[in-house]
Design a protein around this ligand. Structure first.
Ligand code: GUN
Ligand code: ZN
Length: 432
């Protein structure tokens, strides 16, 4: 079965950089995407694809709308929808006061099932088709998440949160139990369909050295696993890590010591790193999830994108909900722009949309499967409507060129702009 989707098409072949390099993207004002068996068969000018379309090709006309590869959210907590918009704390108090009590509810499998469905449906409604996800410490929270992702045919990474100290008793695991849970979840979900397992030590303060060592062993032992955690988000957190691990030079060095860096490892935040850390991240090909909305909301600090990219580190964008305030990668892009303004940097729209698509796929080492419309990639895409939001319609209507329209979309857009989202070439969400 072939399907042809016609509209304005934009996708990226590489990082456009700070002075946008047009060779890094393809833009077809009247373009088309040909999908066969869920994969990209061809992309280009609509006229050419229509002329060659075989009899029986199903044609979906989205002229006037923008077709982009599905957004990639490189760090998000599926168990924190209840935590969004929680008032008045910074990281460590925020965890204690709001986050741990919300995660406690996932002991109940029915709650986990309900919330996983709600979470994934909200991702699709925001145009996001792949994410690196933190459920909770409860094994059943991972089962319900993966089941919900499989039912929607989504490419997703997730894993049981590891946490055996410095947390409430009701969320504490132990090394042996956590290892058994990880092995069982990996056996049942890792590599099944589009799902991948990510070892998920929450962050250094909530895992004992023995638990971090266990995670490192599994990471080295089992091929193809991902690993995700938090790094250098907040100054009090960093001070605490130095007290807990006095022998380690830096927070990053704690993870390095236990074998937790590598090309399939991604760390959220990484705001307060030093040059030595960045050299080590680049050398080990460890990636960063840049979480601007969360960093503003929890008051954690301002990430330096140029510094990370100039060091040669892959960076993806991330909502970090519930620290972040929206699942919409458009809103995350707008916050990234504002964070970088305060660093004296200017995030051009080409680079922002790259980071939210191919850049995210690269940061998760998934660029062989998703991230753009290269032939053979999985056909996950979203259809965006400039006219759905009155102020965006006005602003993009007077834009002088496409870059200006794209910038208006990233600054003024949100989930209202998502007209439809497709997974493996099939309609998965249509705006009511
Ligand atoms: N550090 C450890 N856990 C968390 C979390 O759930 N959210 C954020 N933003 N930072 C963390
Ligand atoms: Zn997080």
């Amino acid at each position: 079965m072939q399907r042809l989707i016609r509209g304005t098409i934009l996708h990226f072949l590489g990082d456009p950089g700070t002075e946008p390099a047009p060779a890094s993207w393809q833009l077809f004002a009247d373009g088309a995407l040909l999908v066969e068996d869920g994969l990209v068969r061809r992309v280009g000018e609509a006229a050419a694809l229509l002329a060659d379309a075989p009899e029986g090709t199903e044609i979906t006309d989205c002229r006037g709308k923008l077709i982009l590869p599905g957004f990639v959210d490189t760090h998000v907590h599926s168990a924190q929808l209840d935590v969004i918009a929680s008032y008045g704390t910074q990281l460590l108090d925020w965890l204690t006061k709001y986050t741990f009590p919300a995660e406690r509810l996932f002991k109940d499998e029915a709650h986990g099932e309900r919330m996983a469905g709600l979470f994934l449906d909200r991702l699709l409604a925001s145009g996001t088709t792949t994410a690196a996800v933190y459920p909770t410490v409860h094994k059943q929270s991972v089962d319900t998440f993966f089941a919900a992702a499989a039912a929607r045919k989504l490419r997703m990474l997730a894993g049981k949160v590891l946490m055996d100290r410095n947390c409430p008793d009701y969320l504490r695991d132990d090394v042996a139990g956590a290892e058994a849970d990880c092995r069982d979840l990996i056996a049942r979900w890792h590599g099944k369909g589009r799902l991948g397992y990510a070892l998920t030590p929450r962050f250094a303060p909530t895992s004992s050295p023995q638990q971090l060592a266990m995670a490192g062993r599994l990471f080295q032992e089992i091929p193809g696993l991902h690993l995700q955690s938090h790094l250098a988000e907040n100054l009090d957190e960093i001070k605490w890590v130095h007290e807990l691990f006095p022998a380690q030079r830096s927070y990053l060095d704690v993870y390095d010591h236990f074998g937790l860096l590598g090309p399939r490892a991604i760390y959220g935040h990484c705001i307060h790193t030093d040059a030595t850390d960045r050299v080590r991240m680049a050398a080990t090909r460890t990636a960063i999830a840049f979480c601007p909305s969360s960093n503003l909301f929890i008051g954690s600090g301002l990430f330096d994108l140029d510094q990370a990219r100039n060091a040669g580190i892959r960076v993806g964008l991330a909502s970090d909900v519930g620290g972040g305030t929206s699942l919409s990668m458009l809103e995350v892009m707008a916050d990234a722009y504002k964070v970088l303004q305060l660093k004296g940097q200017h995030l051009n729209p080409w680079r922002a949309f790259y980071l939210a698509t191919l850049g995210g796929a690269e940061a998760l080492s998934l660029e062989d499967r998703i991230g753009n419309f290269a032939v053979g990639k999985e056909a996950d895409f979203t259809v965006l409507d400039f006219d759905a939001i009155p102020i965006l319609k006005h602003r993009s209507g007077i834009a002088r060129d496409f870059a200006e329209r794209l910038f208006a979309l990233m600054i003024l857009g949100d989930d209202r702009a998502v007209a439809a989202t497709y997974v493996l070439g099939e309609l998965a969400y249509r705006r009511p």
